[in-house]
Design a protein around this ligand. Structure first.
Ligand code: KE4
Length: 437
């Protein structure tokens, strides 16, 4: 039974008109604007558990989870209570607090490669700072990123591939100068030979290789079995620092993130989203000898007024404390039911689509073949994705408003929501199959 049959969203429409006079594209982050799926963005009034309610009172079962932070679901009582308690004692001091130590020790226990770390206020700050630390530690300039990897919006990381397999980056955004990406090498994901060539051509010039160990920003893509170990070996061979951007995968795909799942220890890790429990927060950290180059213990400068903010730290602590092994068994069980049932619905519909999943992160690609890198991701039929997105939206399910993103199951979802999701997906896929190609 659809929750919002033919629902209208007049208040969202009015608010979007007002927002468009205030914010570029009417939003405060581009992907929220529905540009790649069309239509007017839905303005959200509140969330609870697996649900969000828009300003017109429509309810949606949410599989975006604010792009990853909400592994416990919306307005989790433990998190809200911790935030209220922390805020009532003062929202920020610009001075060290005991809670930061408690969260740092818990993060290090869950992800032991973070021997030392620095708290920041976003994933972008985490990756930008990690790269500066790597360049400061090695004295080298070049960095490698993979084509289609997204690490936030700092200039050096907004580089796109040139024409060729291993290329020096081109500006991936206007406003990013060629000089800003002149030291950024861009290589396809999952391409072992291309990565070998990159190292052969730039041997001891490379300060760091930064990678989403499981990419989620081209949609969820699984690493080939030998890929992550190869990155580790190449970095060891050439004195390059391996940086895992686990802003999405950290505490999401396993308690110790992708590095635990695949048994590959990076030199530095970037975290965000889950670790902030829904508040602005990020972490970069790793080998103590590397992190000791960061000011004030070393010459690499990095700072932040609200770094380690006590309210965000409280939300992060309340979240991580709930993530015991049982939590991941529950997430895996529910996500596997979704994968199996959605897979059956896709096969029965005859629509060209496939679900790719790691843990509770998944993407429904309307692609003909397995998506292993950006080039194969781009084979997706984004029109079909847009139709699927809106068909599900009208039935009361919120998916990412873009094909090349990850959707998430939370601990607030139950079998009831997952079954309703796949029932609705079956309807929409069938209508897709019968509508014009
Ligand atoms: P933030 O600066 O948005 O906190 O984190 C940047 C970032 C870094 N690394 C990875 C792997 C990320 O996925 C992100 C941000 N993710 C996007 C969604 N794919 C956030 C949503 C948005 O940009 O509005």
């Amino acid at each position: 039974m659809a929750t919002n049959p033919g629902s209208k969203r007049p208040r969202s429409t009015t608010l979007f008109e007002r927002a468009s006079a205030l914010f570029p594209g009417g939003v405060n982050s581009p992907v929220r604007a529905f540009k790649s799926v069309g239509g007017t963005p839905v303005f959200i009034d509140r969330g609870v558990g697996p649900f969000i309610y828009d300003v017109d009172g429509n309810r949606y079962t949410d599989f975006v989870g604010s792009w990853g932070p909400l592994i416990l679901g919306h307005a989790d009582p433990d998190v809200v209570a911790a935030v209220i308690r922390a805020a009532s004692l003062g929202t920020t001091f610009g001075a060290p607090t005991a809670r930061e130590v408690e969260l740092g020790e818990l993060v290090r226990f869950m992800m032991p490669s973070l021997e030392k770390m620095r708290f920041v206020s976003s994933g972008t700050e985490a990756t930008m700072s990690a790269l500066r630390a790597a360049r400061g530690f090695t004295g080298r300039h070049r960095i490698i990123k993979v084509d289609g990897g997204y690490h936030g919006h700092s200039d050096a990381l907004l580089a796109k591939a040139g024409s060729g397999v291993v290329t020096l980056g081109l500006p991936g955004s206007s406003g990013v100068t060629p000089a800003a990406v002149a030291d950024t090498l861009v290589v396809p994901y999952n391409d072992l030979d291309a990565m070998r060539v990159a190292f052969e051509e730039h041997r001891d010039e490379i300060a760091a290789l930064i990678v989403e160990p499981i990419p989620a920003n081209m949609g969820v893509v699984l690493p080939r079995p030998a890929y992550l170990p190869l990155l580790r070996n190449l970095c060891d061979e050439h004195g390059t620092l391996l940086i895992f951007d686990e802003v999405i995968t950290g505490f999401r795909v396993a308690r110790g993130g992708a590095q635990q799942l695949y048994g590959v220890r990076p030199d530095l890790t970037c975290l965000g989203k889950v670790v902030g429990g829904g508040l602005p927060f990020g972490i970069y950290g790793g080998r103590a000898d590397v992190m000791d180059v960061v000011a004030p213990s070393g010459p690499v400068y990095q700072a932040g007024t609200l770094a380690g903010n006590p309210v965000a730290v409280a939300a992060g602590l309340a979240t991580l404390k709930r993530l015991d092994e049982h939590a991941y068994v529950a997430l895996e069980g529910l996500s596997r039911v979704l994968e199996d049932d959605l897979g059956r619905a896709i096969r029965r519909s005859g629509v060209t689509a496939r679900l790719q999943r790691v843990g509770s992160a998944f993407t429904l690609f309307f692609a003909p073949e397995e998506v292993v890198d950006l080039a194969s991701a781009k084979q997706s039929n984004t029109d079909h994705y847009a139709k699927f997105f809106h068909g599900m939206l009208e039935r009361g399910f919120m998916l990412p408003p873009a094909q090349f993103e990850a959707a998430f199951v939370s601990l607030a979802h139950t079998l009831e929501e997952v079954n309703a999701f796949t029932d609705a997906a079956r309807e929409v896929l069938t209508s897709l199959a019968t509508s014009a190609p």
